[in-house]
Design a protein around this ligand. Structure first.
Ligand code: ADP
Ligand code: ADP
Length: 239
């Protein structure tokens, strides 16, 4: 079943430079798809168009049977609730604890200067703790995020994306700041999120070998144009 369909997508930030040109692809529910390509190819812009962090100029994006380019305010909130984001630099709030960062992803920033955790219900905290346990970082739940390693922080970032129970997570270079061991942990987790939880993952990567190892399908992007779509095996045959 198609979860995301992109047709004739075009994007430019300025009149003199087109960033994405005539992009077409479709992703089925539960797939892990990688977008590969050199820096500046437009990978990040592509992900940002899908949840309308940036506005696109032409084309059509259908997500979960909703026309992404044509949503009212409530529908846009719904869209964003259905799409989790994971970033290269984790984008956590450093002075908050791990569990607060995760809760923040779903239930908003219920903060005063003190007693942040007290403002969430037990059920909300249980759900956050459950996800931390699933991702193997529950023993750090009450540490400040800035005391964790990069790989641990990225696991918190993934928990924060998952707590809103999204249908899709968009991961923008999730392992670009990590060492090979942590990268493997994160990619293994993304794989199991797609295969076991059935959550679709669209992942920007610049390492072709990692993309080939983990992806159901790969989209190759260069200078804003799709230069390849196919399975890992098909990419291997082409090289
Ligand atoms: P990638 O993720 O593949 O490195 P990006 O989507 O980040 O590619 O960038 C593609 C091009 O778009 C680059 O030339 C970049 O400078 C340009 N770009 C990205 N964001 C903006 C912006 N907010 N305003 C203007 N140009 C931008
Ligand atoms: P609403 O719930 O906003 O009245 P629908 O009844 O059409 O809209 O929603 C049907 C399903 O689609 C719900 O599961 C809802 O969460 C989801 N949904 C609604 N709007 C969007 C959107 N813009 N993007 C993705 N999914 C959406």
């Amino acid at each position: 079943m198609s979860l995301l369909k992109v047709e004739g997508l075009e994007k430019s930030y300025t009149a003199d430079k087109q960033i994405l040109k005539n992009i077409h692809f479709e992703i089925n529910a539960g797939e892990l798809v990688s977008v590969i390509g050199p820096s500046g190819a437009g990978k990040s812009t592509l992900l940002r168009c899908i949840n309308r962090m940036v506005e696109f100029n032409e084309g059509k994006i259908m997500f979960n049977n909703h026309d992404v380019g044509n949503l009212n305010k409530k529908e846009l909130r719904n869209l964003r609730a259905n799409i989790g984001m994971v970033f290269q630099h984790y984008n956590l709030v450093p002075r908050l604890t791990v569990i607060e960062n995760v809760l923040h992803g779903r239930f908003g920033y219920k903060t005063t200067l003190q007693g942040l955790l007290g403002r969430y219900t037990e059920a909300e905290k249980e759900r956050a703790f459950y996800l931390l346990e699933k991702l193997g970082i529950h023993e750090h739940a009450y540490k400040r995020c800035d005391q964790l390693s990069g790989g641990q922080q990225q696991r918190v970032g993934i928990c924060r994306a998952l707590i809103q129970e999204p249908k899709l997570i968009l991961c923008d270079e999730p392992i670009a700041s990590l060492d090979p061991n942590s990268s493997k942990v994160i990619m293994d987790l993304l794989k199991s999120i797609s295969t076991e939880m059935g959550i679709t993952c669209l992942v920007n990567l610049h390492q072709v070998d990692v993309a080939q190892h983990y992806s159901d399908r790969i989209i190759g992007l260069n200078k804003g144009e799709i230069v390849f779509t196919g399975t890992s095996h098909e990419l291997y045959e082409e090289q």
